[in-house]
Design a protein around this ligand. Structure first.
Ligand code: ADP
Ligand code: ZN
Ligand code: ZN
Length: 748
């Protein structure tokens, strides 16, 4: 008799640990009850860790007789199905992230620990979109069906089977008939009150929406015709051109066909308008997922999506991994936004993964933006993505004209040149609203002693401390460290401490002095820290109560200010010469996004950009050709420098409390890379020397990096696969941390 070989469990352990680890099943569990996608508690080192079963095998390469058994099985059923696992494995591979880190990074926070999953709800039934829209009179000749339909339509989020039975008695026949007609469908019904993360099914207030203009109609028709198969689209439309309206029509169609839609946005906290609009127009339940939600709410929303119950998932980047058994459409709104890229740990791009996921699921993906990234425009140019263009503002609103205002040699008051000041006066005087944009929060970016030249600096970073006057704090915007603002100079005890430069807090104070009696509102991270405050400020602006709205880039994201007729961009000069090669692209996007806030209604808007560099080529291309003109010039520059999207980049980053440790590590990494490249032959991959980061010390750690460039992805990936495994063999001493950043968005 052949010996039965033991079942080996291959487990990804949570945390930055490369590779899979082999375990034996726990003695008490039947091996067939173990499937990939379940969490396990496993002995690891001297303790226990959470892991996920990824695959099973007949034998182990790892020291067979010393294999340990799993301590406990944490889930009764798999959290992630084969498709979800495949996507995350692909992503971990592409971004060279340890699988355990990627898998657990994709789960709701509670499930990253050994916590038991929350009750996903009991099986039940609910009406489909067709069922909700049905005229019940149509069921006139089937009174039993009609009774069921009326009962379920009163509970659009679904009724659990026992509840149904209690209300209607046994009704197997009518239920089956209604399911066959596509009027009802199975779902999970949460016990107790509906979780707040799911937007309650508001009655679909205005299901029809406005009549689409011809461009919108064409866009909807193009994507709609592609439903059911993979097709990537770029929806390139100026702010207010009705992109959201296009998403809504498509999502409604997908939901009506019994499928789920996934909408990814950069920051949900900043888009309450979008959330509400979707809630009012589309049948639910909707699952909202973002990091500001309480953990339990987020997990419930996740289960509702994974159970196929949520019709729509609206989330920030990690939502790109949420299991969606009936996925029919993906929308990435503001696809150019850098916050769609995770900047620590598992450094993935949610936008790029959305495209990959659509390919895997066989559904269309729509990347929407008024200022598409150069990568996306290039993909459209190559014909990989289909470009859908909305050139007109919906409802006939006029697009704003952008004008440069040369402020060399001018005296500014409250950050405004005399000309801009006169325009602000004229607009507020005429009962219009003005928006002033300054991308620097706090009172002043520097506090200095007029007697001895002392400057407030962060003890943990190579950075100045920002003065926050009302909070009486000197605050480091990089690590969060702060101290109470000193009343005299720490060095010379002098009393003449001065804030230099202009932040939004100071701008607000000075504007109030220049325009006494004018009603101001400041929108930045400090003024909106209190829950509900952002909504309150936005509502006050929309009601016309506010005359001048001032703030940081929070204002540029997703909000409509229909009453704004003048936008003043006070100071973006510092970003024109920033070292990151993406700085021009980001600056152009910011200008166009801020400009898009003006003149949405019947009143035409103006945008005035103050600068001391009116001859700067970026500004000129933007003024002359708008964003498309700028993008054309910028792509040509990228091509000649072989920068993305023409070449591909990877950063190896390292940091440690000691200045020499990261540089040492990177030098060893470079040596390994060069040796490997010698072995691989012609790949075109180039490895630079290690350099300290632009801000070398941050939060008490010294940071350095090494740049790898390759002309094509495949060769670069082949090199990375071998190099990454070699990097793990370098001894890691004295608090070193390192990571690979594939397709980095921030070069600092
Ligand atoms: P975007 O997402 O491109 O910024 P929205 O979809 O939010 O644009 O549309 C901007 C405004 O125009 C919204 O108030 C929307 O209701 C309205 N709108 C959109 N499409 C139309 C249309 N075809 N006719 C009239 N108004 C429209
Ligand atoms: Zn001093
Ligand atoms: Zn700091």
């Amino acid at each position: 008799m052949l010996p039965v070989s033991p079942l080996i469990l291959r487990v990804a352990v949570a945390g930055p640990l490369p590779g899979l680890f082999d375990y034996l099943p726990p003695a008490e569990s039947a091996p067939t009850s173990l499937v990939p996608g379940m969490r396990l508690l496993v002995p690891f080192g001297r303790g226990q860790r959470v892991g996920m079963l990824v695959e099973t095998a007949g034998h182990s390469e790892q020291n067979g007789d010393r294999l340990k058994s799993v301590t406990a099985v944490l889930d009764a059923t798999a959290l992630l199905g084969p498709v979800d696992l495949a996507l995350i494995r692909w992503a971990a591979d592409y971004y060279r992230s340890p699988l355990g880190e990627a898998l657990f990074g994709a789960l709701p926070v509670r499930l990253r620990r050994a916590d038991a999953r929350l009750d996903p709800g009991s099986p039940g039934l609910r009406p489909t979109a067709a069922g909700l829209n049905l005229d019940v009179a149509a069921l006139g000749r089937a009174p039993a069906q009609r009774r069921v339909m009326e009962c379920l339509r009163a509970a659009p989020q679904g009724l659990a089977m026992p509840t149904l039975k209690a209300r209607l008695g046994s009704c197997v026949g009518p239920l089956k008939a209604l399911r066959d007609l596509g009027l009802i469908e199975p779902c999970r019904v949460a016990a107790g009150p509906a979780p707040p993360a799911a937007i309650p099914d508001a009655p679909v207030a205005d299901p029809a929406g406005p009549v689409l203009n011809p461009e919108q109609t064409r866009a909807v028709a193009a994507v709609s015709a592609a439903l059911g198969g993979f097709a990537p689209f770029v929806l390139d439309g100026v702010t207010g051109s009705g992109k959201t309206e296009v998403y809504i029509r498509l999502i409604a169609e997908v939901i009506a066909a019994g499928r789920q839609a996934l909408v990814l946005v950069p920051e949900i906290g900043l888009t309450p308008q979008l959330r509400d609009r979707l809630a009012h127009r589309l049948p639910g339940p909707h699952a909202v997922l973002h990091s500001a939600l309480p953990e339990a709410e987020r997990e419930r929303a996740w289960h509702s999506a994974a159970a196929g119950c949520a019709t729509l998932v609206l989330g920030t980047r990690s939502a790109c991994f949420v299991p969606l058994p009936r996925l029919g459409l993906i929308v990435v709104d503001e696809e150019h936004d850098a916050s769609l890229k995770q900047q620590e740990g598992f450094r993935y791009s949610a936008r790029d993964l959305a495209v990959r996921r659509a390919q895997q699921a066989g559904c269309p993906v729509v990347l929407g933006s008024a200022t598409p990234s150069l990568e996306t425009l290039y993909n459209a140019r190559l014909g990989r993505y289909r470009r859908l263009h909305l050139s007109q503002r919906a409802g006939g609103a006029q697009a704003p004209a952008i004008a440069l205002l040369d402020i060399r040699g001018q005296t500014l008051s409250a950050g405004l040149s005399p000309l801009l000041r006169a325009q602000v006066e004229a607009q507020t005087g005429a009962g219009n609203q003005v928006l002033l944009f300054l991308n620097r929060r706090g009172y002043a970016p520097v506090l200095t002693c007029h007697d001895c030249g002392w400057v407030g600096a962060c003890p943990h970073c190579d950075a100045r401390l920002t003065l926050h006057l009302k909070l009486r704090r000197l605050w480091c915007h990089h690590c969060g460290w702060f101290l109470t603002t000193p009343s005299k100079c720490p060095d010379c005890q002098g009393l003449d401490l001065r804030g230099l430069g202009l932040g939004t807090e100071r701008l607000e104070e000075e504007l109030q002095a220049v325009f006494p009696g004018v009603r101001l509102a400041r929108v930045d991270r400090d003024s909106t820290r209190r829950k509900g405050e952002l909504d309150r400020l936005l509502a006050a602006s929309r009601s016309g109560e506010i005359q001048i709205l001032l703030g940081t880039q929070m204002l540029a994201k997703g909000h409509d200010f229909p009453g704004v007729t003048l936008v003043g961009i006070l100071d973006l000069d510092h970003t024109l010469y920033a070292s990151d090669f993406r700085a021009p692209e980001r600056t152009a996007q910011l200008i166009v996004q801020v400009a898009g806030r003006a003149g949405r209604a019947d009143r035409p808007g103006r945008v005035v950009l103050q600068t001391r560099h009116p001859e700067h080529p970026l500004l000129k291309s933007l003024i002359l050709g708008g964003y498309p003109g700028f993008a054309e010039v910028a792509l040509t520059e990228r091509e000649s420098a072989q920068l993305p999207p023409f070449g591909h980049l990877v950063l190896l980053r390292a940091d440690a409390p000691d200045v020499e440790v990261p540089m040492d590590f990177l030098r060893q990494g470079r040596t390994l890379a060069l040796r490997l490249l010698g072995d691989l032959g012609e790949t075109g991959v180039a490895v630079s020397s290690p350099v300290p980061a632009t801000m070398e010390r941050r939060a008490g750690r010294y940071r350095a990096q090494l740049l790898v460039e390759g002309p094509e992805r495949l060769g670069l990936q082949r090199f990375l696969a071998s190099w990454a495994s070699k990097l793990w063999t370098i001894p890691r001493n004295r608090g070193l941390r390192w990571s690979l950043d594939v397709d980095p968005q921030e070069m600092l």
